[in-house]
Ligand binder design. Structure first.
Ligand SMILES: [Zn+2]
Length: 173
């Protein structure tokens, strides 16, 4: 018998010898090579039994919290991301296209500086009963964006050339 087949059962010889086929046990008795392998495996397992995971250093939690805070502060969301969050979770603006249009116009006219104030006044927290998937959310957002753009377009038409220059100029920013 070749050594490969019995060696598959080497772990079981240590962990659960009752599962080892008789022929593999027989081979182990006759083959010094496989007996050596079994001894090495036993030594490794004993070493693993004795090994203990190291304890974290005393101020690990505190330092981790500081690092997390630093990482969070270093990547403050841009105003576009904040606008997205606000439209998705900030209020029910997406079901009131007129308000959304006014809001979007404010942002465009003020170049986004107004958004900081708005974000401070509204808590950006997703509603807890929200069960719709991310895809549905995105579709709703796209829909509301389309409505906003339509309203902006109609607003633009009624306001003549001056308005269009302002809006398109700021879109390219
Ligand atoms: Zn062997």
């Amino acid at each position: 018998m070749k050594c490969e087949k019995p060696q598959v059962h080497l772990p079981d010889m240590i962990l659960d010898p009752t599962r080892v086929p008789a022929e593999a046990l027989q081979h182990l008795k006759e083959c010094s090579h496989c007996a050596g392998e079994l001894k090495e495996l036993q030594a490794t397992m004993q070493l693993l039994d004795a090994w203990k995971a190291p304890e974290p250093s005393p101020y690990f939690d505190t330092r981790l919290a500081v690092r997390l805070r630093e990482a969070r502060e270093s990547e403050a969301p841009g105003w576009l991301e904040r606008l997205r969050l606000h439209l998705m979770f900030g209020s029910n603006l997406h079901v009131r296209p007129a308000a959304a249009a006014a809001f979007a116009l404010l942002i465009i006219v003020s170049g986004g500086s107004y958004l900081g104030v708005v974000s401070l006044n509204h808590t950006v927290v997703p509603p807890p009963q929200q069960t719709v998937s991310a895809t549905v959310n995105d579709l709703e957002l796209l829909d509301s964006s389309a409505q906003t753009l339509q309203q902006l377009a109609s607003f633009d038409e009624t306001n003549g050339d001056g308005g269009s220059a302002t809006v398109s100029g700021n879109f390219s920013n």
